[in-house]
Design a protein around this ligand. Structure first.
Ligand SMILES: [Zn+2]
Length: 736
């Protein structure tokens, strides 16, 4: 029964793998042919460090100031530009029927003019297309190109009633947009094509989607959003396969015209993103992390997090951080300008996390010019410091795993709360603890991807296959440490509950269940070791507390070892009202709420409760302390960089050819969790202790933002530097 249910899925998975393999072969055969093989040096992807994007609006032709923009690109030392070409609106004299020309175009060619100007400035140029919407004449000529809603109606555009929404998975993209991309490549030979909103705008029930999905799966399109519904599950796989095919098609057609050019989809992200980042990372030679600004309640490290997530898939390939100069809220004030402090810290956190900055501006008409000098000053600094920003690798020893399959199949419609909030909580705890760390994709847990790390963090990575569990076991056997929380490994890769944790043997705990919660007014007793009488190092700083608050959900488990000597034990929930009744009914139990193991250099911490998610919600300092202590104890080695001083800093550490850099982004500000920043509030003196790679010595130490030669001291492979103050960003650069 189970086998039968899984057959179609296996087929879908296999064909995705097969198409990927075909692509890899294709790649190999092109580079084998000496006649057409581009030399490595001719590849442009790694060249540009700074990007500019001007997204034209329909009335720009004839109105926008070409010379101003080219001059601005030069002033900011932009080495690449993304320029609007076609899709919804064409900004060049297209000959393709139904490819709508801007009504202001006349005989002009703004895309061609901008491209020629940028080329004169030796810039890389990629053309932007946006295929997500089209005019009513397309509806009449090709009704099957238009997206259809669940009730069978052709979808009018939600924001502009002159437009219809297109179907991403059918002939509009596969045929019409392929023609558009070929025409742009033939006429202008750009270095690539970047497509925005190319992957559809929600579920489409058009005749092509119905027919194609049925041919692939034998099923009707799903009506349910439940990932355990077999139709939905098959659809999730089919849609991805279709989009990867489209990417491959466009990339192939583009390369036929310019072998060095690439198709660059606006795609990618963390656990909640919908295209498998392992495949994305294999297919892309470079990619754009489009996270324009923060909105709502969001810390500024969210930009750096994107850098880490993209790098988990792409490795050392160049990743570009697309930021906007405006506000990014649901009301979409696209012509707005953000505060200087907000732009500075958002961009700094991206740069600190390995992103190459790309500013985007919508519309050639400038209604508010305040951003121009801000971006110029950031980019000028970036140009001066470029040598120290060409990172070879991160020196972080800690990595946090993220899992799209956990979000999709275990989290489902509640993925934000059940999956991402655990990640955000642990992420914030690591930032507060000033631990430099990377992120790792759960489909890349092989030793090649994990060898640089000492400690892996699994923040409720609930859905893991047997193979993934085996990879983690191997990591531990080779001396690696793990911290896991809550339901990690309790589900398989499809979100089906196991009888026990896949990693029960590693955790030293067996699932008893069922999950308990939400718990009101529950606590954890802080216990001394029964043998030594000492407090365990993970309780450092909490010794006098007696007890601390518990989480909200817990997994009842049975310990495999001596769990009766646990450093944290459960004080079960008791009434929180009437006030007369607020006293613990069981002030002491021997129910362990943390499991610790040591074997050789490997150390394991397992919290059978939602410490990370609750930390995100409540931000309790005791939980921050407990997470920080756990990371320190489990890592079981000195950090590559230790930063001591007041405030909240995002700390990253990188190796370049010939140098090491430590980035310190000052997040300390009353607007840290909800932007925009009003002003930069400098944080006081920081002592930075850097472990030098074996066999190297510090030749020169600089502060790339402050500009001064800092006070430094070097003893046996360690350099200590005093950074007097940080406004938004400081980079300690050590020449080796
Ligand atoms: Zn469709």
């Amino acid at each position: 029964m189970i086998e039968k249910r899984f057959t179609r899925r296996k087929f879908l998975h296999r064909s995705a793998v097969a198409s990927l393999a075909a692509r890899i072969n294709l790649k190999a055969s092109t580079s084998d042919s000496a006649a057409t093989a581009p030399t490595k040096a001719a590849e442009w992807f790694d060249r540009p460090m700074r990007w500019a994007q001007l997204t034209l609006v329909e009335n720009d032709p004839g109105q926008y100031d070409l010379r101003f923009w080219l001059d601005y690109f030069k002033r900011v030392h932009a080495e690449a530009a993304c320029l609007s070409a076609g899709g919804c609106v064409a900004y060049y004299p297209t000959k393709i029927p139904l490819h709508y020309r801007s009504a202001w175009l006349g005989n002009s060619d703004p895309f061609g003019d901008l491209l020629a100007g940028c080329r004169k400035q030796s810039m890389v140029v990629i053309a932007r297309t946006d295929p997500h919407a089209t005019h009513a004449d397309t509806l009449n000529a090709h009704p099957d190109w238009i997206a259809v809603d669940a009730e069978g109606r052709k979808r009018r555009h939600w924001a502009d009633p002159d437009f219809y929404v297109t179907c991403a998975l059918g002939p509009y993209n596969f045929e019409f947009m392929t023609q558009v991309h070929r025409e742009i490549m033939t006429l202008y030979h750009p270095d690539g094509i970047f497509s925005n909103r190319w992957a559809g705008s929600g579920m489409c029930y058009c005749e092509n989607c119905q027919r194609n999905f049925k041919a692939a799966s034998g099923m009707e399109l799903p009506r349910s959003r439940d990932p355990h519904d077999p139709q939905r599950r098959a659809y999730i796989g089919w849609r991805q396969q279709r989009l990867f095919e489209l990417w491959k098609l466009w990339d192939g057609e583009i390369r036929k015209i310019n072998p060095l050019a690439r198709f660059i989809p606006n795609a990618g992200g963390g656990a909640l993103s919908d295209l498998d980042m392992k495949t994305v990372g294999e297919m892309a030679d470079t990619l754009v992390a489009d996270r324009q600004a923060r909105h709502g309640l969001m810390p500024p490290w969210a930009n750096g997090k994107n850098g880490k997530e993209f790098r988990a898939g792409l490795g050392p390939k160049p990743i570009i951080g697309l930021f906007s100069v405006g506000l990014e809220e649901p009301e979409r004030w696209k012509d707005s300008v953000q505060s200087e402090a907000e732009i500075r810290i958002w961009v700094a956190d991206g740069i600190a996390n390995g992103l190459r900055p790309w500013f985007t501006k919508f519309s050639g008409t400038l209604y508010d010019r305040r951003w121009l000098d801000v971006v110029q000053s950031i980019f000028e600094w970036h140009t001066r410091s470029e040598r120290y920003l060409r990172n070879v690798k991160s020196l972080a020893r800690v990595a946090m795993v993220y899992s799209q399959q956990t979000a999709t199949f275990y989290g489902g419609e509640k993925a934000q709360q059940k999956v991402e909030d655990h990640t955000l909580g642990f992420y914030h705890a690591l930032v507060e603890a000033r631990v430099p760390f990377e992120m790792v994709h759960d489909r890349l847990l092989d030793s090649r991807h994990l060898d640089n790390f000492k400690l892996l963090i699994l923040p409720n990575i609930a859905a893991l296959s047997d193979q993934q569990c085996a990879q983690l076991r191997q990591f531990v056997e080779h001396g690696g440490s793990l911290i896991a929380t809550f339901e990690t490994s309790l589900y398989d890769e499809w979100g089906e509950r196991r009888k026990d944790f896949g990693l029960a043997d590693i955790f030293g705990a067996r699932f008893k269940g069922p999950v308990e919660g939400p718990m009101q007014n529950s606590y954890l007793r802080v216990e001394r070791d029964k043998v030594s009488g000492q407090y365990h190092p993970i309780l450092a700083g909490l010794e006098s507390a007696g007890r601390i608050i518990n989480g909200v959900y817990r997994v009842p488990v049975d310990g495999l070892d001596n769990a009766s000597n646990a450093p944290l034990t459960l004080i079960p929930s008791y009434p929180d009202l009437p006030m007369e009744e607020v006293f613990p009914r069981a002030p002491k139990t021997d129910i362990a709420e943390v499991f610790l193991r040591e074997s050789g250099r490997s150390r394991i911490v397992y919290f059978p409760w939602d410490i990370d998610r609750v930390f995100w919600e409540v931000m309790c300092v005791d939980h921050a302390q407990l997470l920080r202590n756990s990371v320190e104890w489990a890592a079981n080695e000195e950090k590559p960089v230790t930063v001591t001083g007041p405030g909240v800093l995002d700390v990253t550490v990188w190796r370049q050819h010939g140098s090491i850099t430590v980035h310190l982004v000052n997040l300390t500000n009353p607007m840290m969790m909800k932007g925009p920043y009003r002003e930069l509030i400098p944080v006081g003196e920081q002592r930075v202790r850097v472990r030098l790679p074996e066999g190297t010595r510090a030749q020169k130490v600089q502060l790339l933002v402050g500009g001064q030669q800092p006070h430094t001291q070097e003893t046996s492979g360690v350099v200590e530097i005093t950074v007097p103050s940080i406004a938004a960003h400081e980079v300690v650069a050590i020449d080796l």
